[in-house]
Write a protein that binds this ligand. Sequence first.
Ligand SMILES: *[C@@H]1O[C@H](CO)[C@@H](O)[C@H](O)[C@H]1NC(C)=O
Ligand SMILES: *[C@@H]1O[C@H](CO)[C@@H](O)[C@H](O)[C@H]1NC(C)=O
Length: 437
Amino acid sequence: MRRFWRDLSLCISIFVVSFVTLIYVFGSPKAARQQPPTLFETSRPPSAPEKKVYNEVTLTLRHIYHHGSTGFPELFRRLDLNETRLNSLQLSSDMPFTHIVRGVPSLTVKPTDRNMVKEYRRRHKYDQISTKIDYHKELAIVPDMKNQETVIALAMMTYNAYIPTGSEDWYDLGHKYGWNDEFGWQEDGIRGHVFTDPKNETIVIAIKGTSMIGGGPTVPKDKKNDNRLFSCCCARVGPSWTPVCGCYRGKATLDQCDQRCLEESVDESDLYYDVAVKLYERIQDTYPDATIWLTGHSLGGGVSGLIGWTYGVPAVGFEAPGEALAARRLHLPQPPALPYEDMPIWHVGHTADPIFMGACNAIWSSCWVGGYALETKCHAGKVCLYDSVKEFGWKPDVRTHRARDVIEKVLKVWSGVPVCRPEVDCVDCGLWEFVDN
Ligand SMILES: *[C@@H]1O[C@H](CO)[C@@H](O)[C@H](O)[C@H]1NC(C)=O
Ligand SMILES: *[C@@H]1O[C@H](CO)[C@@H](O)[C@H](O)[C@H]1NC(C)=O
């Protein structure tokens, strides 16, 4: 009997100690609720539901940045949109320019000095010296990827890529050239559509590559750009293809590719990644205190993921080809104590889209016919996978890749949002051997 009481009192004291420790570590539930993060002000009254801390903001398209790439690397300009201008643009667009998104607090890791990232990449590439980068933890507001309206709103921001804006009223940020005299510059490079809230506290940059898969005009140089970032070996899909770089080292029995050569090929300053870096940095300098999110469809989504990885900023891609391989080839640094699936990057896609699934590369596939070799399938961060093959009975078809169809026929129709998970055991380009000469 005495033993029973002794054990019981031991149990009770262990329980009390654990409980006190728990409260110490996590704070009392009440205390947690009383301290919503103040990174941006909620548009809801303070007495709004308390069960979960979140913020809702209304974002409106305010600027369009346009940076040229291969064809027009000096092109850099910005269009500012006031209400009058927005209303006139709205006439030629079938998507709204104002959206409501919801954010949730999440711990993120960011490089303290963004210039260190460039230094790290340079050193890793040429000297193989391991440079350290200072990172700091930050309680940031990230998109609420459980909230269907937020996912749809971000997808809609990626749409409207090519609304005709006219060539007047652009403010020149680069060198002034006679842009109007040359053909092709309006389709060249990357556009960033910048959505801001009325206080400039939350900003979404929708990144759009100008090449359009699945409809619209295509410029050959954009293809080259895409094929470098998202193919295994310079888009050498078969002997009949003209590769976009010269890294193939064929052997009779094995396809070999020169790793160093590939890394050079993705690191030219006219490629989408570098162009998007310039765009992002310019916008961050304009709004130094804002919470910035990135989003993009297709190649824009892949590039958003790469920029998100580089700077630790939240990024949401839609139907993007896998960008994890490009991230490694670009020597993007890996934040310490943060596995890459925990970075604030999400990839939304459905199973019938061959570009998202990394399956648009077979001979006579639509990509093959169009001259694209989008072979990578591994995505950084988490993947929110809509199984349209199983749920809707769709067959894999590149036409299901289009932003509009994804919004109307997948995101809006689905009940809720699938749970976003990291891709496990994903391997890109398994049939290739990458050699270092
Ligand atoms: C809006 O911008 C246009 C040019 O894009 C300008 O002509 C107009 O005066 C501006 N309107 C207001 C109210 O600022
Ligand atoms: C937001 O930024 C724009 C452009 O930089 C500026 O014109 C506007 O006054 C800013 N609004 C506020 C509330 O700071």
